[in-house]
Design a protein around this ligand. Structure first.
Ligand code: WQD
Length: 343
């Protein structure tokens, strides 16, 4: 895709979306953000303008509103879509499944209808390694069978992948890819954007950062009796800036496909696993700050370990991570400190 083109970024004010907006601009694209700010802050848009030193178009609206989304396509020369907008809290999805099926499935179908109507054929979809469940063999490749979802959230990701696959087989010209994220962590090195968990963080790294900052008393390590070297769960923690860059590579790759129909999936991880205790210890070492922690019971629904085989994204997209876990944890701490200054 020649880089002067406009890209609709749904959920572009969110954690991964906002970092991807920066990568898109740096690659010469013109992002058009569509966000209802249900799980993000409008202030992120100003921070993006500050980082980029240029204006950014942001439309406030709900991706489930077909008329509104049609209007966005009608009023902008959209040439490709990166669809981030979705609810993503595993625990909340168990409590509110209908909210998740509505928001995550209807928003995708609205986007696809508008793409068909306005003849836009390039779609990058935000998926998750959660579709693999607990794989029997590690590292996980894209050929690893998807498992029955452990939560409504995970199921919405699987169903969305299937919806896209089926639409690609239909009469609608569609070139699409599902990007299966492992565990996104870190923040933009500027310290101006990062993860903004609402309330008590579910995820490990923001909880570690808030504990180090004294906002949380201590972090509970959910189980140290797993079959791993130090007994704690292993995940593949990928820097959000590396993750953002992968979206630009994916968009470029779709644009190069001459066929009217294309679908593929890519694992986006570092290819390396780190345990919960390794994350905590690395955070302390890199940032020279203690992180109070205690061992607690396992969290239900947690899998023991997962990390990615990332060779396909490297070979096909020409993308690899360049940042380390230490980089991510240093950037997280810088972001956490800037958050505390802003309150
Ligand atoms: C990582 C490890 C916890 C908090 C989830 C979703 C996934 C994606 C990322 C949306 C686990 C342990 C955590 C704490 C802990 N979300 N932990 N104490 O569960 O791998 O993935 O978030 O796209 O789809 O499934 O990430 O950061 O919650 O947990 O010990 O206070 O840290 O048990 O082993 P997870 P996480």
């Amino acid at each position: 895709m020649s880089n002067s083109k406009q890209v609709l970024v749904t959920g572009g004010a969110g954690y991964i979306g906002s970092h991807t907006v920066i990568s898109l601009v740096n690659a010469g694209y013109t992002p058009v953000i569509l966000d209802n700010f249900s799980n993000s802050e409008a202030g992120v848009i100003n921070n993006l303008r500050e980082i980029l030193q240029q204006d950014i178009t942001c439309i406030e609206g709900d991706c489930c509103d077909q008329n509104m989304v049609d209007t966005v396509f009608d009023e902008n020369q959209i040439s490709g879509v990166i669809h981030f907008a979705a609810s993503k809290a595993v625990g909340e999805s168990v409590a509110k499944p209908l909210l998740y099926y509505h928001n995550n499935l209807d928003s995708l179908m609205v986007i696809l209808r508008s793409m068909k109507k306005f003849e836009v054929s390039d779609l990058v979809f935000s998926s998750s390694c959660t579709v693999y469940g607990q794989p029997e063999k590690l590292p996980v490749t894209e050929a690893t069978e998807r498992m029955p979802a452990a939560s409504p959230y995970g199921n919405t990701k699987k169903i969305c992948e299937d919806i896209i696959f089926d639409v690609v087989q239909s009469d609608m010209p569609l070139k699409a890819t599902s990007l299966r994220y492992f565990n996104p962590v870190g923040a933009h090195p500027s310290g101006k954007i990062g993860e903004l968990p609402r309330g008590i963080p579910n995820n490990l790294v923001p909880f570690v950062a808030q504990t180090a900052a004294g906002i949380r008393e201590a972090i509970t390590v959910y189980g140290d009796d797993y079959q791993t070297p130090d007994g704690t769960c292993i995940r593949d923690y990928i820097h959000v800036v590396d993750l953002a860059e992968a979206h630009v590579k994916a968009l470029d790759y779709l644009d190069q496909q001459s066929d009217r129909s294309y679908y593929d999936v890519f694992n986006l991880g570092t290819g390396q696993g780190n345990s919960v205790m390794e994350v905590i210890k690395t955070f302390e070492e890199v940032n020279h700050v203690p992180v109070n922690h205690k061992i607690g019971p396992r969290r239900s629904g947690d899998i023991e370990q997962i990390y990615a085989d990332v060779s396909k994204a490297a070979e096909v997209l020409g993308w690899r991570t360049s940042k380390t876990l230490s980089d991510a944890l240093a950037d997280t701490w810088r972001w956490q400190q800037s958050l505390m200054k802003s309150v």
